[in-house]
Ligand binder design. Structure first.
Ligand SMILES: *Cc1c(COP(=O)(O)O)cnc(C)c1O
Length: 311
């Protein structure tokens, strides 16, 4: 199964849970999303699934990826943990891939404490997911292998898990969902303000956006133009922290984690993602930020980069 290295580890770990082999396809240097050309070069008759990630909230190149998957009888599972509320060529994320996965972890657009959902338009996958969620067990008459022995009768058809969300969490999720548009609109507003300011700074590359898709802006990542700075990313990062800005780095490419290194994945298999990792910093972006907060971040970034700019 093929996924991107520029993501949270879970996008690859799900393959390992099923005993599959992860192939990491490098990213496109502009969008930071998985590069369809790299996917193409990794596809084989063994490929069972492609798992594109809508990195930072900008949808991946879904049409190209879905077409390739069709050619190889592979399934497309979109990791939309970053992109709830985003659109791709006029379509809503969640209705595009064979299956789309959303996370409701507290850092995501909406939360249920923990948990998530998978959407699909396929009855076949829907039935599989129901089984998978609940120990592989069903009472559905049409699915039973043996004739029902009575009203108590159920069967376990596959090795499933307990992935059930509690009703309490679901209630929170429904309430959160009604605020989604508000949350995403505010995220877009903040991203626009950042873009407007930071596009003027020669030390910063702002996140490139394709014009046929609308990001839901889970993350705002700046790329440092290190050749225009007299210091490393680490120095900038620490200086921003000292300015009381809650910066972060998303992500260490998955294949560089010790677990994947132990499995034999080499540094160098995804040079674009690896190089990007050395240059990125994630700035604070969440709906509850006030305009003053946004301004404080901008001032802090300008101050720090001004101090280390070589021009
Ligand atoms: C948060 C996240 C996940 C996993 O979500 P969980 O709710 O922790 O299972 C998967 N992929 C990406 C890209 C994420 O950011």
């Amino acid at each position: 199964m093929i996924t991107t290295p520029m993501t949270f580890a879970a996008s690859a770990n799900c393959v390992r849970y099923c005993g599959g082999t992860v192939k990491f396809a490098d990213i496109h240097p502009d969008t930071y999303n998985i590069d369809p050309k790299e996917v193409q070069s990794l596809l084989s008759e063994k490929t069972k699934a492609i798992i594109p990630v809508d990195f930072t909230g900008q949808p991946a190149d879904m049409d190209e990826i879905i077409a390739m998957a069709k050619d190889h009888n592979a399934v497309v599972i979109e990791d939309a943990a970053h992109s709830l509320g985003a659109t791709y060529r006029g379509r809503r994320v969640g209705s595009i891939a064979d299956m789309t996965m959303f996370s409701f972890h507290p850092v995501k657009h909406i939360t249920t404490g923990e948990g998530g959902i998978i959407t699909t338009n396929s009855e076949h996958f829907y039935q599989k997911l129901l089984l998978f969620r609940s120990h592989g067990i069903t009472r559905e008459h049409t699915l039973l292998k043996n004739t029902s022995q009575g009203p108590w009768y159920y069967e376990m058809l596959e090795l499933g898990y307990n992935y059930r969300m509690t009703d309490l969490q679901a209630a929170l999720g429904i309430s959160q969902l009604s605020k989604l548009k508000l949350f995403v609109d505010r995220r877009r507003e903040i991203a626009n303000i950042y873009n407007k300011h930071f596009s003027k700074n020669p030390c910063i590359r702002i996140p490139y956006q394709m014009d046929d898709r609308e990001s839901s802006w889970h993350l705002y990542i700046i790329q440092l133009e290190l050749d225009k700075l007299s210091c490393t990313r680490e120095v900038i990062y620490k200086a921003l922290l000292a300015e009381n800005i809650g910066v972060n780095v998303h992500y260490l490419p998955v294949h560089l984690h010790p677990y994947y290194q132990k499995l034999g994945y080499q540094k160098g298999i995804a040079p674009i993602a690896e190089k990007l990792y050395e240059r990125i910093i994630t700035l604070p972006l969440f709906p509850a930020m006030s305009n003053q907060d946004v301004n404080d971040v901008i001032m802090g970034v300008e101050k720090v980069l001004g101090a280390y700019s070589v021009n």
